[in-house]
Design a protein around this ligand. Structure first.
Ligand SMILES: Nc1ncnc2c1ncn2[C@@H]1O[C@H](COP(=O)(O)OP(=O)(O)O)[C@@H](O)[C@H]1O
Ligand SMILES: [Mg+2]
Length: 254
């Protein structure tokens, strides 16, 4: 693997919802094989950024700027085509099918590969169960009966069923207890080690900077700071605004 190849490149991306400017001229890059994080407070524009990259903005959202994936310009591509090229987004609202079983939710994640006639797509199920043994134990249980942490695991597992090369995660730590956050972030690191590139947006700056290779700080729609995650974690401005005592951003958690 060539670690210096840029997989995702976002240049001067702006998004507005009517008169509300949610993102202003944001630029960032995800090198192949890296975990890149974008940290920012509630309302900073993190979900807007991921949704714009995925081509999945609400109809009221208007984007300008350039998104390149594997050196291809994605302007105007529908979501399905972005998924087919290897991009996958786990949205903030996990969007699971509560009354369906855990395994059926996972299998749905592989539907595009099934439809494309890809052989062995079902085999990915075993890889997902190996990463998340808890999902295997609960395979036949309805998704709606899972705990918050297990639902997050299912949402990530379902995204992995598509065999993405870029996994984008919208605040995977939201509402989860610190122990579960550590478990999920440990798995994110394992995915990177298995060759999946990751773009992780988080309010939980502490956990995100621990796992990431490189980071960006987003404030009211603008990238105000960037650098290797380890140096951001010791940057006084980041410490003051995002890492101060109690500023885990993880919420109360359950
Ligand atoms: N569908 C929408 N319509 C109008 N404004 C929106 C919409 N979605 C988000 N916004 C606004 O855009 C800004 C960025 O929101 P968002 O991307 O959700 O931030 P974050 O994910 O960092 O919390 C906020 O000011 C928010 O109120
Ligand atoms: Mg958000």
């Amino acid at each position: 693997m060539n670690a210096t190849r840029t997989l995702l490149e976002v240049s001067n991306l702006s998004v507005r919802y009517g008169k509300v400017h949610a993102l202003t001229g944001a630029s960032l890059a995800v090198p192949a094989g890296a975990i890149v994080t974008v940290i920012g407070a509630n309302g900073a524009g993190k979900s807007t950024l991921l949704n714009a990259i995925m081509g999945a903005l609400p109809v009221s959202g208007h984007a300008a700027g350039d998104v390149r994936y594997d050196a291809q310009a994605l302007g105007g591509w529908p979501v399905e085509r972005r998924v087919a090229t290897g991009m996958s987004l786990v949205p903030e609202k996990r969007e699971l099918f509560s009354s369906m079983s855990v395994e059926d939710n996972l299998l749905l994640g592989g539907f595009r590969r099934y439809r494309a006639g890809e052989r062995g797509w079902r085999g990915t199920l075993d890889e997902v169960y190996a990463l998340f043994p808890r999902l295997r134990e609960r395979a036949s249980q309805a998704a709606g009966t899972l705990s918050g942490g297990e639902r997050q695991m299912l949402a990530v597992g379902r995204a992995l069923m598509a065999k993405p090369s870029l996994l984008m995660l919208d605040e995977p730590s939201l509402g989860l207890a610190p122990r579960i956050v550590r478990e999920i972030f440990h798995i994110i690191a394992r995915l990177r080690d298995a060759g999946v590139s990751i773009l992780l947006v988080e309010q939980n700056a502490r956990a995100a900077l621990q796992v990431a290779d490189y980071g960006y700080v987003l404030e009211t729609g603008e990238v105000v700071l960037e650098g290797p995650a380890a140096s951001l974690a010791t940057n006084p401005r980041v410490i003051e605004s995002y890492l101060g005592l109690g500023k885990t951003g993880a919420g109360e958690g359950t």
